[in-house]
Design a protein. Structure first.
Length: 146
């Protein structure tokens, strides 16, 4: 089964909304002003992307931990905590540096996804979903970097 099941696909795509919203509010200052007045400063521009990106990297550490639990090799557990630690240590230093570090974090996560998928600990459709979502996340974060 290589087709992505409907629920993970829809939820994954909906999970991109904070990244897309952040990129849109970076690109359109009037919308950023409206968002800041309506939602607050943390929910516009790079701030929503960076905060949410750190949460997602941490969440994905939990997903990878679940894959590691299907194996007897302790390496999987060690690898699974890297995205959360990366998010914790690497998302400071201002929005541009943090966005760049998140890009590297999501690229590293994609390598870890591939590792668990290759060991058949992740579902057969996993990489199709992860490449799609990661590509969009990186594109939206690039708006902050460039």
């Amino acid at each position: 089964m290589r087709q992505i099941p409907r629920a993970p696909l829809i939820l994954g795509l909906l999970g991109l909304f904070p990244f897309a919203w952040g990129a849109i509010t970076v690109s359109f200052p009037a919308l950023a002003d409206w968002g800041q007045m309506t939602l607050g400063g943390r929910f516009v521009g790079p701030y929503v992307q960076l905060f949410y990106g750190a949460i997602i990297l941490s969440f994905m550490s939990g997903v990878l931990w679940g894959f590691a639990a299907k194996s007897t090799d302790p390496l999987g557990y060690i690898l699974s905590v890297i995205p959360a630690l990366w998010a914790f240590f690497m998302t400071g230093g201002g929005p541009v540096a943090a966005a760049m570090n998140l890009i590297f974090g999501f690229l590293g996560l994609l390598l870890l996804d591939w590792y668990f998928w290759r060991l058949e600990l992740a579902p057969p459709w996993w990489m199709r979903l992860r490449v799609l979502l990661t590509s969009i996340v990186i594109l939206t974060l690039l708006v902050v970097v460039i």
